[in-house]
Design a protein around this ligand. Sequence first.
Ligand code: ADP
Ligand code: MG
Ligand code: MG
Length: 259
Amino acid sequence: NMILEIKNLHASVIDESAEDSRKEILKGVNLSIPAGETHVIMGPNGSGKSTLSYVLSGHPSYEVTEGSVTFKGQDLLAMSPDERAAAGLFLAFQAPVELPGVNNANFLRTAVNSVRKVRGQEELDPVKFLKLVRELAKKLSFSTDMLKRNVNVGFSGGEKKRNEVLQMTLLEPSFAILDETDSGLDIDALRIVAEGVKSLRSPEFSSLIITHHQRLLDHIQPDFIHVLAKGRIIHTGGPELSRQLEAEGYGRLVGEADA
Ligand code: ADP
Ligand code: MG
Ligand code: MG
């Protein structure tokens, strides 16, 4: 019962600044994620982790040159970003956009309704939406103050994370991909992300979390950890793998994969 199946995925980035403008980053990624599981990707800087999440989101700067990705049995790569979201895929990136002049509640409601529309669900008017958002915020122990403000403008790191988790929860995804790689996530933000993912956990929900934060891994207790290096998954292990990597680094695994 695989939700996401990535087979021999090769992808290049279209680099405007380089002379030979196509650079292959993903060099044959294979990864299968069953329903209900939490998987983590770790790996050295520059190995293609963010590229993988961008490719799965349908970002136009990346070109798939070989391989396939199926999501719930459908060809994910043939779907538009909107169709991916409607099918239940949620992607969170490092830097959430700030939208001055755009009310956060309206923004979230528009996002939710565009997905509901494609799913054939009733669209939510402002009253119904507010009721739903209040219930969710209560469940997540979030204040609803940030709904009145402009999208992410002047939000603290923790508030941005809460807003992202709120958006994720509202969209009722069956699969969430979170790229939490870079530094700048404090202890509070990590806990917010972990609680958000845990609140969605069910036999029908899976996630793929890109991180090197041991504390986040302690919170979410993943089923499997994969190591991505030089554009390929070179090793898969259980939750204990992160401690081993923390102790010995990636050198040995990368060396074995090269040999
Ligand atoms: P990671 O997330 O594992 O640190 P990335 O996927 O961000 O790795 O990057 C993988 C490689 O692709 C790096 O060498 C990076 O410089 C290159 N790369 C990624 N995006 C671009 C881009 N838009 N233009 C040029 N090179 C890129
Ligand atoms: Mg990086
Ligand atoms: Mg990255």
